[in-house]
Design a protein around this ligand. Structure first.
Ligand code: SF4
Ligand code: SF4
Length: 388
């Protein structure tokens, strides 16, 4: 039961009292170095460390786990042992409060919590964040990791998230430039690959500034950028799920990134229950943008497992037709896909239908507190949730 990710990835979450993980689906306190090694030992002995519970839950219902997706990518050559991904969650500064997110990653969710009615305590996203790390600590920790990877002679792939990455004070204050300069001044001599994930809601003037800054950075150093634009639904469905989003602005900002000089720009679709009817519309909108900008069509699919009520596992098999439709459109436009396989996603359907009342609570919260009625947007989903 080995997991290639333990040898090829490390995740730093600076948005909570700092935690690390061997992938984005698990975490451990940064200071508990004894447990860090025990988890690796347990995986190698085919035991099931509790920190990896999301993988075991997926595998127990026959869905493809994050571990299996990683191992598959390794066997297919998409993931290489001489590459090392450093994934970073910088802080919780974000202008959106997405349905499957929460205060830990979004200070907009955190602000909502301060004004939320008492009954809304059951809505998963609400809460207080446990605090962002200081910029100096982030710099020191990441430079130590960079030096460790240089010694291992592996190529570094940075995968950087916010909150909303481009609103993070660390990036606004030149943190990425500092990390790149530190790599080369500490003896790094390979190219660095940097993936930055954005919600595509950035003000136009800010997006343009970042494009200019990072195009300049890649003229000075042998680095390449991959911009991942996070969204999975279109129009008012997207604006409901990714609360605070202006979908038209999203399309405009996405096109700005697609027109930049960065090597890869493509969507990261977080497959969740509320988006299921809208996946095809979204990919058709993005296909038009790819075609207008002459870009290769690539998409990453990342299913939500947690919170469980936002996962497609709370839906039953009547929704399978939407995954079939989505799958055939991806094939029709010859998309290159990374991570989850759409046909295997179908195995999740129907495995957690008893939890659907929690999704209904979220819909009620949105109607009462945010004044947005999902039954007017996606009636089929709401009718299903209201069935006994
Ligand atoms: S959670 Fe899954 S993918 Fe992550 S380290 Fe554990 S087994 Fe590997
Ligand atoms: S854009 Fe990202 S960080 Fe912000 S609320 Fe949505 S999922 Fe969370």
């Amino acid at each position: 039961m080995t997991c290639i990710r333990t040898k090829t990835e490390k995740v730093f979450r600076f948005n909570e009292p700092t935690k690390i993980g061997y992938c984005c689906k698990m975490k451990m306190p940064i200071e508990d170095t004894v447990r860090h090694q025990q988890v690796i030992d347990e995986l190698e002995k085919s035991l099931r460390p509790s920190e990896c519970h999301r993988c075991w839950a997926a595998e127990d219902v026959g869905a493809e786990s994050w571990r299996e997706i990683g191992n598959k990518q390794y066997l297919a050559g998409q993931k290489k042992n001489d590459n090392f991904m450093i994934e970073v969650t910088l802080d919780n500064t974000c202008d959106l409060s997405c349905s499957y997110c929460g205060a830990g990653c979004s200070n907009t969710w955190e602000k909502e919590f301060k004004n939320a009615p008492e009954w809304a305590g059951k809505v998963h996203g609400l809460g207080n964040s446990s605090g962002n790390a200081k910029e100096d600590f982030i710099k020191k920790t990441l430079v130590e990791e960079i030096v460790r990877i240089i010694k291992l002679k592996k190529n570094i792939f940075f995968n950087i998230y916010g909150g909303e990455t481009f609103l993070s004070p660390f990036l606004l204050n030149g943190g990425l430039e500092y990390l790149v300069e530190s790599y080369y001044s500490n003896g790094g001599n390979n190219s660095i690959h940097i993936a930055l994930t954005t919600n595509g809601n950035t003000p136009e003037v800010l997006a343009k500034k970042y494009i200019e800054r990072y195009e300049k950075l890649q003229e000075c150093y042998p680095i390449s950028f991959n911009i991942l634009i996070s969204n999975e639904a279109s129009g008012s469905t997207a604006e409901f799920i990714r609360y605070g989003l202006d979908y038209n602005n999203f399309l405009k900002i996405s096109k700005l990134w697609l027109n930049s000089k960065f090597k890869e720009v493509h969507p990261l679709m977080t497959i969740n229950a509320l988006a299921i009817t809208s996946l095809t519309n979204f990919i058709e909108d993005f296909t038009r943008l790819f075609e207008e900008t002459n870009r290769r069509k690539v998409v990453i699919l990342n299913p939500v497992y947690d919170p469980v009520e936002q996962s497609i596992s709370v839906l039953d098999h009547r929704f399978e037709k939407y995954l079939n439709e989505f799958s055939s459109v991806l094939k029709q436009y010859n998309y290159t896909m990374y991570s989850a396989d759409v046909d295997k996603l179908k195995n999740l359907l129907g495995t957690n239908t008893k939890q659907k009342h929690k999704l209904k609570t979220f819909i009620d919260y949105s109607r009462i507190v945010r004044n947005v009625d999902f039954s007017q947007i996606e009636p089929e989903i709401v009718e299903y949730l209201e069935e006994e």
